[in-house]
Write a new protein. Structure first.
Lengths: 156, 353
């Protein structure tokens, strides 16, 4: 929880100001996806749901929407072992980038489903492209932080 | 580990169900979700403040690297504009004051009669899909949901969430934002041919737009004479023939014509549009550069006559849909620093006692 609060602090301050090509990098989402790639679908989904609720608190979208999106995305990321038996660090990095981009795309879709339409625009392509690149490049650091954060709470 | 797996699945299902319940409650405007957000905000603000202080050097370095050339060019342009505007500002202030005095004299509402609160923008929306900013004033300053937000140039948005000492402003570029506005269209003057009349019974004629056919036939009218000595009754006035002499409407008597429409945001990177314009003959063809102001009204999100922008492009549409106007917003939404919140609440946003 503390690490999530710190990540949220980074998300709302420095990442909110530093926007390459006017795109904000979703650190919270990428962290949840990283948790899913390391510890599986269930742990990823739980992490995503909790992190998503915290992210919802600072947004003006309905409370719980980001939680569901993050949880579902991290769950999907946790299915990596079904496709690659022993994933290496770079396969995890690629997964974080691709699934993170899909999760960022799912957010405006989820907004449209609850009545907040108008967000699905051509600009979304730039957003998901940058999120994929940023997620892949930042994955080694995210994996490190995620392992350090969650290893104490998980046994075996 | 089947036991642990079952436990994890139960927790996952519980959290997912909680999220769905929270979405449902929030969409219905529950006070519980507002209280939850407020409580979380109270806990999170110190962490965010510390993080902002610690990461400020990194943010400043980023801005310095990416925006230096833009800032210097903008600085030079602004110096030039300030010099041009100083004289115009004095004349405009006098006109505004005179207008407000006239409106007040006639008992009509003015912007000067609405209290306001100044606030500083302290952050953007932490999302790629919501156009909003956060300000450092809240309910303690009298701010409520629905109140319009302006800056020195014009309309910026409206308050959508408010807490004790901060609030969230939805910008007018957000797709969820809609507002009734007026387009002030000045039709081009024209010369109208009128029949000669007795100066004692002459009428004032206003110029008409070019789209109107000036050929008008005058039917015979019944006129009652009340001149002393005559038996009261109706007298049919003779049909007046049209004579060739003409009257040229003097300049300055052209009255600006206003038509209302709905302004809608279309998201980041796209200009807002105005539609539902009724191109009546009196309104004429919409001119590019026509100013757009808020329409006001008891159901509007903002009081009348707040500057919004100007028409940049008119897109004609087939059928009776009317033209679609793309507008240039006067307020620079990418560089908001200080804003003013009008303590004006439309009827649609007032909560039941």
């Amino acid at each position: 929880m503390l690490v999530s609060l710190l990540l949220l602090g980074l998300q709302t301050t420095v990442l909110n100001d530093m926007r390459p090509f006017e795109v904000m990098l979703p650190l919270m989402l990428l962290f949840a996806v990283a948790a899913g790639t390391i510890y599986g679908s269930e742990v990823g989904a739980i992490s995503g749901l909790i992190i998503g609720v915290m992210y919802d608190m600072v947004l003006s979208t309905p409370l719980g929407l980001a939680s569901l999106v993050f949880g579902a995305t991290a769950f999907v990321a946790g299915m990596l072992p079904y496709f690659i038996r022993e994933p290496t660090w770079w396969t995890r990095a690629l997964t974080i980038g691709v699934v993170g981009a899909l999760g960022e795309l799912a957010f405006p879709i989820a907004q449209s489903m609850v009545g907040f339409s108008g967000q699905l625009q051509p600009r979304v392509i730039v957003v998901i492209g940058l999120v994929a690149v940023a997620g892949t490049l930042g994955a080694p650091l995210l994996l490190l932080v995620c392992r350090w954060t969650l290893k104490e709470t998980l046994v075996g | 580990m089947p036991v642990r797996s079952m436990k994890s699945r139960r927790i996952m299902a519980l959290l997912a169900l909680t999220s769905i319940i929270l979405i449902t409650l929030d969409l219905q405007g529950s006070s519980a979700t507002r209280a939850l957000r407020s409580t979380f905000g109270t806990i999170f603000r110190p962490i965010e403040s510390v993080t902002r202080v610690v990461t400020r050097p990194a943010s400043n370095a980023w801005y310095g690297i990416t925006h230096y050339n833009d800032v210097t060019a903008e600085n030079e342009l602004l110096r030039e504009k300030i010099a041009q505007q100083e004289g115009a500002a004095v004349a405009a202030a006098a006109s505004v004051r005179l207008s407000q005095e006239l409106l007040a004299l006639n008992g009509l509402p003015t912007l000067a009669g609405i209290n306001s609160v100044s606030a500083q923008v302290i952050g953007d929306s932490p999302s790629n899909f919501v156009q909003s900013v956060e300000i450092d004033q809240g309910t303690e300053s009298g701010i409520k949901v629905g109140m319009p937000v302006l800056n020195a140039a014009g309309l910026v948005g409206k308050i959508t969430q408010v807490f004790a000492n901060r609030a969230v402003v939805m910008l007018i570029t957000d797709p969820q934002y809609a507002l009734s506005v007026k387009i002030i269209n000045t039709p081009k003057p024209t010369t109208t041919t009128l029949p000669l009349q007795d100066p004692a019974t002459a009428v004032t004629v206003v110029s008409v737009p070019e789209t109107i056919d000036p050929q008008v036939t005058i039917p015979p009218v019944a006129v009652t004479s009340n001149i002393a000595g005559f038996t009261p009754g109706s007298i049919v006035a003779p049909r007046t023939p049209i004579i060739s002499s003409s009257l040229t409407i003097p300049p300055g008597s052209n009255v600006s014509v206003r038509e209302t429409g709905v302004l809608e945001g279309r998201g980041a990177g796209r200009v807002p549009t105005v539609r539902f314009i009724d191109t009546a003959q009196r309104f004429g063809v919409v001119q590019a550069g026509s100013p757009i102001v808020t329409a006001g009204g008891s159901l509007s999100l903002a009081p009348p006559d707040i500057v919004v922008g100007t028409v940049s492009r008119v897109r004609e549409r087939l059928g009776t849909a009317g033209p679609l106007l793309e507008i240039d917003i006067v307020a620079d939404l990418s560089n908001l620093s200080f804003v003013r919140i009008l303590l004006y609440q439309p009827i649609t946003e007032r909560t039941a006692p």
